[in-house]
Design a protein around this ligand. Sequence first.
Ligand code: SAM
Ligand code: DTB
Ligand code: SF4
Length: 340
Amino acid sequence: MPELTKKTALRHDWPLEEIEALMARPFNDLLFEAQSVHRQHFDPGEIQASALLSIKTGGCPEDCGYCAQSMKNDSTLEPGGLIPLQEVVNAAKAAKAAGSSRFCMGAAWRKPGDSSLSRVIEMIEAVRGLGLETCATLGMLSAEQARRLKQAGLDYYNHNIDTSPEYYANIITTRTFADRLETLEHVRKAGINVCSGVILGMGENRKDRARMLQVLATQPEHPQSVPVNLLVPIKGTPLENAPALDIFELIRTIATARITMPRSYVRLSAGREALSDEAQALCFLAGANSFFHGEQLLTTANAEPDRDSGLLERLGLSLAKGPREQGSQGKETPGRGTSL
Ligand code: SAM
Ligand code: DTB
Ligand code: SF4
């Protein structure tokens, strides 16, 4: 039998009840299925590593209740302007040397202005020139801005749905869920890989978590990359005292993301620093195959790189080479629209 016919077909028609039923399965059954699906599409011994850099920090006009960078929140963060190109290049070189295959640049904007976008484009071109995959997260984009980014060679655009449509207004009021989907459409139509995921632990319930996955898995194409963030509670934000999520809910969500979007990279994202090694290992077993590597996320600390190296070694996992790295054995970015 040809290899491909054995693979699970991609589905874009997930009913909510089916996703909820998956999430409610006995834990061992859910993990077994997720790991089985994972093995049909990915090398189970490889983890993709992305590095993050905040290229414009703080002073954001949006009111996202989780974010250190919102002007509406009371965090102690000092806002700054767009950083110089050379700082970006230095950070990207260091990230590559530390094993990351993708470099993600984040800016605290509601949406980028066209001249700022020109400066970010220079950054993208420079990072690409180092042989890294590029990703940017700059807020809402027009169709034209998405086309400019594609032309600059941007590989991925990150734009998270963050939570369910029903829960959205509890977290953010300065934009709508529909705004988010519109930018995702512009990115997808421009031919840029979509990176879109969620934050867990913001007081949502399991049905909300199932809805988030439903929204992502019923997009015209599954996002090629699905970050699953665990809320990093930030002092001075409305969510600073959000009750901690049962970590098994994070693991169930990852497993269900793996089953519903079998060819997407599922990234164990923010909040990893607070997880035990054992919890991280279960996330990888559930099908997470990507993480942020490096000391810093945007404004908060990430898991220590030395701890990561030790953990990967103890688990027999290795960092995947990027598609643009010389002599790469790594898998190519999952093809856009390569439904089976
Ligand atoms: N301003 C742009 C936007 O919101 O799309 C890009 C940067 S924003 C910081 C990128 C993503 O980081 C958010 O969509 C959210 O999912 C995640 N994020 C921000 N603060 C977080 C926190 N405290 N805990 C977990 N995830 C967080
Ligand atoms: C994503 O899903 N998580 C990253 C990245 N995409 C841009 C951001 C995490 C931010 C965590 C909080 C902070 O460092 O400010
Ligand atoms: Fe601004 Fe993005 Fe933070 Fe929201 S998540 S406040 S849009 S930087």
